[in-house]
Design a protein around this ligand. Structure first.
Ligand code: GDP
Ligand code: IMO
Ligand code: MG
Length: 453
């Protein structure tokens, strides 16, 4: 695909973003990879290895967790910004796996300010989840776990806010007494909780020893990415931000407490990268033509049974990170309008439209009813959202295989109706329509004048 197609992405500015508008796994990786050749840098600004971003091209499939999805394109800087949390063991594994497949990772850089996910964070994540699950069962579901990815995300962000025991990438690669003292202090603080919740005590000396060779490997990648990004922009280059996780999982704006621990929406870009939000000219919101969710928490349009399984199988809806079957639901326009508003999306990519082919009907939720009251607004409280029942519009399904379509005009009218409906509901153009996982299986519907504001 000709990368100059995307030159218009930022007509009045030099930064753009790809963000998830639902509960994750919308196809962000595919669109970051697609857009990356038009940019000089691709930057993650939030989350960690809880993300799983898939790229399919040339018969090859890449599942990335920490490494930004621009890595397959030579000459594009791949930046892990300060707002991300880095599991150093996972990052080295990912770098090695890419190198083994012939992908050059020399363009990768990691913020000196990014916080480090330690083995004790993963242990705490797993133990807390297990305890909550047991408590939930004992109390008949009054408390529930979140269903985290157990990648240590919550405990690492908590440690970041706590400060005294936190370790940043700068501390890791510098090594020596500051790092060692912090690890010992953290272990001293966290071991009692890990043990009390049924886990095994961790050994500070062993962790310090394991970290040494990993730190050595990562040292060349660690830098001040804030200056790096601003240098790219000042030199006339372009930066594409890659959201990890998604808006409805945002710590502030999502379905709290059933969220992740970072600012996943476009609102997190400035704190998570050091680039002011005002420099963003395009925000591409990625949305599936239906809804999925992994883990627990309210999902008003969730469906079960045979239909859900059909969609799950057709869409390959099993977690990229944990392999868990994803929960399936109809498209929720109430949630989408809220996400589009919060992110200030300028354009939308509607993915997985092909997956809905062959269904008798397609449902779209346009409002909720809560305690007999109809609302078109998303609800800030998870308990209220759990009581919301969807009000559906029903569209006739389409029977055709659309995976070969490359323009909106080639889509059957009944498939196009869903694209039009989303465009009307959100008030922004659907600039991309996904008809399959491959980079090439994409309908470009870029409006005249580009994608930016
Ligand atoms: P991300 O976390 O948002 O990057 O999404 P994931 O990679 O976790 O999950 C999206 C899945 O859908 C991946 O397996 C993609 O290869 C696949 N995918 C992306 N777009 C499309 C599409 O338009 N149609 C189909 N059938 N699959 C898609
Ligand atoms: P990508 O970037 C789907 C979900 C987890 C859980 C909750 C909290 O691939 O879209 P965490 O481990 O972050 O503390 O888990 O958030 N979650 C995701 N679900 N896609 C993701 O990332 C997710 N990242 C976190 O399933 O419900
Ligand atoms: Mg994913």
């Amino acid at each position: 695909m000709d990368p100059t197609r995307f030159d218009a992405l930022c007509p009045n500015g030099r930064a753009a973003a790809v963000v998830g508008l639902q509960w994750g796994d919308e196809g962000k990786g595919k669109y970051v990879d697609l857009l990356a050749p038009g940019f000089d840098a691709v930057a993650r600004y939030n989350g960690g290895a809880n993300a799983g971003h898939t790229i399919v091209t040339g018969g090859q499939k890449y599942a990335l967790h920490l490494v930004p999805s621009g890595i397959l394109h030579k000459g594009v800087r791949a930046v892990i910004g300060n707002g991300a949390v880095v599991d150093p063991f996972q990052l080295v594994k990912e770098i090695d796996a890419l190198a083994a497949r012939g992908v050059d990772t020399a363009a990768l850089v990691v913020s000196i300010r990014a916080h480090v996910v330690m083995p004790y964070h993963k242990a705490m994540d797993a133990r807390l989840e297990a305890v909550m699950e047991e408590m939930g069962k004992a109390q008949g579901g009054r408390t529930t776990a979140i269903g985290t990815t157990k990648r240590g995300i919550g405990p690492t962000y908590a440690e970041k806010a706590l400060r005294m025991t936190a370790v940043r990438m700068g501390d890791l690669v510098r090594g020596g007494s500051i790092l060692e003292d912090r690890v010992r202090l953290a272990i001293g603080v966290h071991n009692p909780a890990i043990v009390a919740s049924g886990g095994e005590a961790l050994d500070a000396a062993a962790i310090i020893d394991e970290l040494a060779p990993i730190a050595e490997r990562l040292r060349p990648f660690v830098t001040d990415t804030t200056y790096l990004l601003h240098d790219v922009l000042r030199a006339g280059g372009r930066v594409l931000f890659e959201g990890g996780n998604a808006t409805l999982l945002d710590i502030d704006h999502g379905t709290y407490p059933y969220v992740t621990s970072s600012s996943c929406s476009a609102l997190g870009i400035s704190t998570g990268s050091g680039v002011p939000g005002a420099m963003l000219s395009g925000v591409v919101g990625i949305m599936k033509a239906y809804t999925t969710r992994v883990g627990l928490g309210p999902m008003p349009t969730e469906i079960h049974g045979e239909l859900a399984q059909t969609i799950r199988d057709r869409g390959g809806e099993y977690g990229t990170t944990t392999g868990r079957p994803r929960r399936i639901g109809w498209l929720d326009l109430v949630a989408l309008r809220y996400s589009a508003m919060v992110n200030g999306v300028t354009h939308v990519a509607m993915t997985m439209l092909d997956v809905l082919g062959g269904l008798d009907e397609i449902r779209v939720c346009s409002a909720y009813e809560v305690d007999g009251v109809r609302t078109e607004r998303f609800l800030p409280d998870a308990a209220d959202l759990a009581r919301a029942t969807p009000v559906y519009e029903v569209l006739p399904g389409f029977a055709e295989d659309i995976s070969g379509c490359r323009s909106v005009g080639e889509l059957p009218a009944r498939a196009r109706a869903l694209v039009d409906l989303v465009e009307r509901a959100l008030g922004v153009p659907v600039a991309f329509v996904g008809v399959g996982p491959d980079r090439e299986q994409t309908i470009l519907n870029l409006p005249q004048g580009g994608v930016g504001r």
